[in-house]
Design a protein around this ligand. Structure first.
Ligand code: ADP
Ligand code: MN
Ligand code: MN
Ligand code: MN
Length: 338
């Protein structure tokens, strides 16, 4: 007998990569090993030299197929040398995670996204002016007027749980058709692997409903919330005392660090970080307790307990989480080691 391994990878589409996957039938007893694909069809190679390699990095049971079938998240390598491909942001993330392993970094990522059907957000009217009633009743709402897509969300959550992901919650968001799931707390590389796996499951399951899930950071212009990926972060020192919490905030605001981070916080952050819709303007760095209009929020409970974690509210929904968790780990742990 044999089982199916769905090889999943991140392509080279700009400015925001797409996910790709293909199926390999693996004989029972064999591991899903290195495989190849045509990089000229994924913006990862020239047609004349098109082979790219898929290196399995994270394998889970496949909840969509069941049985012995698996999902295999891969990093992309160059042929022959087996060096990381230029689109592979995981390799640099692993390097920084190893360098600062003593800090025991933990992350919780809040992935926001928007369902689309027939060219408009799910649940938005098909007639008249195409806009629903203004934002207000939708966040954590209940009822057929307030909510669109819950059946998909429930199927996705069950799939993440069955796959063994560290999904820690879900909620309906401020714009009708917009939702969030959280992954964490887990380590610098693990949380990013799991976000990609959870995104794959979201796209794959939405497909069965004839719906497209989008991680666009500002799916609808105007007075509608953007979509972010708030990044909650702690080191062992931050989980033990408040000085390390403040030091982390200061490190993120240091000369050059604000620009370095924003460059890795996702395409179109200028459209989302406007200073409205629970964001700080991208040009202004500020941290504060319980402040959802700040760049970095120190949760109220953390200030009370004098230990815990911080929330970077700036990352877009469309980030590469390998880039963001690398930046956070490097900046905060680097400053603490200096
Ligand atoms: P919000 O109030 O901003 O909506 P959420 O409940 O959506 O917050 O997400 C908070 C995230 O923070 C969760 O994923 C949780 O696992 C994570 N988290 C909790 N404690 C820590 C910690 N010490 N370090 C890092 N992340 C943490
Ligand atoms: Mn949240
Ligand atoms: Mn949210
Ligand atoms: Mn948040």
């Amino acid at each position: 007998m044999a089982y199916r391994a769905e090889y999943i990878w991140i392509d080279g589409t700009e400015p925001t990569p797409l996910m790709r996957s293909k199926t390999k039938i693996v004989p029972d007893g064999d591991e899903p090993g290195l495989w190849n694909f045509d990089g000229s069809s994924t913006n990862q190679a020239e047609g004349s030299n098109s082979d790219c390699m898929l290196n399995p990095v994270y394998t889970v049971p496949d909840p969509t197929r069941g049985g012995n079938d698996v999902l295999v998240l891969c990093e992309v390598l160059l042929p022959e040398s087996l060096e990381p491909h230029s689109t592979n942001n995981r390799a640099a993330c692993v390097e920084i995670a190893d360098k600062f392993a003593d800090f025991e970094p933990l992350f919780g990522l809040e992935q926001e996204y928007t369902f689309f059907k027939d060219g408009r957000p799910l649940g938005w009217p098909q007639e008249g002016y195409y806009y629903p009633a203004p934002q207000g009743p939708y966040y954590c709402g209940v009822g057929a007027v307030e909510i669109a897509g819950r059946d998909i969300v429930e199927a996705h959550t069950s799939a993440c749980m069955a796959a063994g992901l560290s999904i820690s919650g879900t909620n309906a968001e401020v714009m009708l058709g917009q939702w969030e799931f959280q992954i964490g707390p887990c380590g610098t590389v693990e949380v990013a692997d799991q976000i990609w796996m959870a995104r794959y499951l979201l796209y794959r399951i939405s497909e069965d409903f004839g719906v497209n899930a989008s991680i666009s950071a500002k799916p609808i212009k105007g007075d509608w919330n953007g979509a972010g990926c708030h990044t909650n972060f702690s080191t062992r020192q931050m989980r033990e005392g408040y000085d390390a919490i403040i030091a982390a905030c200061e490190a993120l605001g240091a000369e050059g660090k604000v620009e370095e981070h924003l460059a890795g916080y996702g395409h179109g952050y200028e459209d989302r970080l406007t200073g409205q819709h629970e964001t700080a303007h991208f040009s202004q760095f500020r941290y504060g307790v319980g402040d959802r209009g700040a760049s970095i929020r120190i949760p109220w409970q953390v200030a009370r307990d004098q230990k815990g974690y911080i929330e970077d509210r700036r990352p877009n929904a469309n980030i590469d989480p390998y880039v963001v968790t690398r930046l956070m780990t490097n900046t905060v742990c680097g400053a603490a080691s200096a």
